[in-house]
Design a protein around this ligand. Sequence first.
Ligand SMILES: Cc1cc2nc3c(=O)[nH]c(=O)nc-3n(C[C@H](O)[C@H](O)[C@H](O)COP(=O)(O)OP(=O)(O)OC[C@H]3O[C@@H](n4cnc5c(N)ncnc54)[C@H](O)[C@@H]3O)c2cc1C
Length: 291
Amino acid sequence: MIRIIGAGFSGLSLAYFFTKLGNPVTVVEKKSRTGGVISSEYRSDMLIESAANGFLASEKLEDLFADIGIQPLSPKKESRKKYIFRKGLRRWPLSFDETIMLFARVAFGFVTGGLKPRGHESLKAWAQRVLGLAGNDYLIQPMVNGIFAQKTEILSAKLVLGSMFFKKRRRHLKGLISAPNGMGEVIQKLESYLRNQGVLFELDKDEKTQPNTPQHNTFLAIDFESAISSFDFSKTQQPELKKDDFKSLSLARVTLNFKNKVDQIDGFGVLFPNKEREFFYLRCSSQFENF
Ligand SMILES: Cc1cc2nc3c(=O)[nH]c(=O)nc-3n(C[C@H](O)[C@H](O)[C@H](O)COP(=O)(O)OP(=O)(O)OC[C@H]3O[C@@H](n4cnc5c(N)ncnc54)[C@H](O)[C@@H]3O)c2cc1C
């Protein structure tokens, strides 16, 4: 019997893959509901997502959606348009000279094999090396702010760009996908699918997590903070690591419904380079029809 601790999307998807392999699974969750940080609710006819409002499409995710009976929802066409702020809204924030330099750098990297992230290179170091200063400040930094809400110097280039360089993907859909009634529907349908497949759920049960006494059949899919605080690094292969070496990124979603149309932007929204403003990100429009 496989035991998974945590019924957020990580725990539920892990249960899904183990079930597909024919393993009996029990999922233990300390709260009374599954989904972890993900939930959706309608208020005044508006869908409010508490965390993710879409997952990056992949073949595995599309298969999962098909199995649990969800027709994936792709973002609205108009939401593909993105603006970057550089002394005003711009679709392409680089000057003519900067653009020529950027293409020359990418071509050089392509020919010399220097495009791939190196070892422990940060995303900022990668962007400055491969795309140059303007490429980092006005393309990579604002885009990354829009996804991770964090500075590129603390993100690993390999982790963020890995799938572009190290994995071959064959996908039907591109970009984010969601469900007609929001991400909460993905959780509900995944839970019912798993129950129908015989997965047992133990809700309201705070499992004592003991990652240092590994049991070969127990998997932790708990939130990052709990995982780090319950971890004893001295017993791992990297005892030099300390809890302080790990930082979690704080991310908040604010959903506003304007009664009257305010200056509407035809597109997804505006990304702000750190150089232009100290706040990270502002999205101005909804991405999916379900909002
Ligand atoms: C505002 C916001 C926006 C986001 N937007 C996106 C997005 O657009 N796209 C995207 O892909 N991702 C997005 N994310 C990230 C994504 O939502 C999360 O990475 C993902 O949902 C985390 O799932 P998880 O299962 O790993 O963790 P969690 O959802 O935190 O689930 C962990 C579960 O473990 C349980 N647990 C913890 N300790 C124990 C214990 N001792 N015993 C039993 N159970 C325990 C918890 O109660 C919880 O249910 C966003 C996140 C936020 C906050």
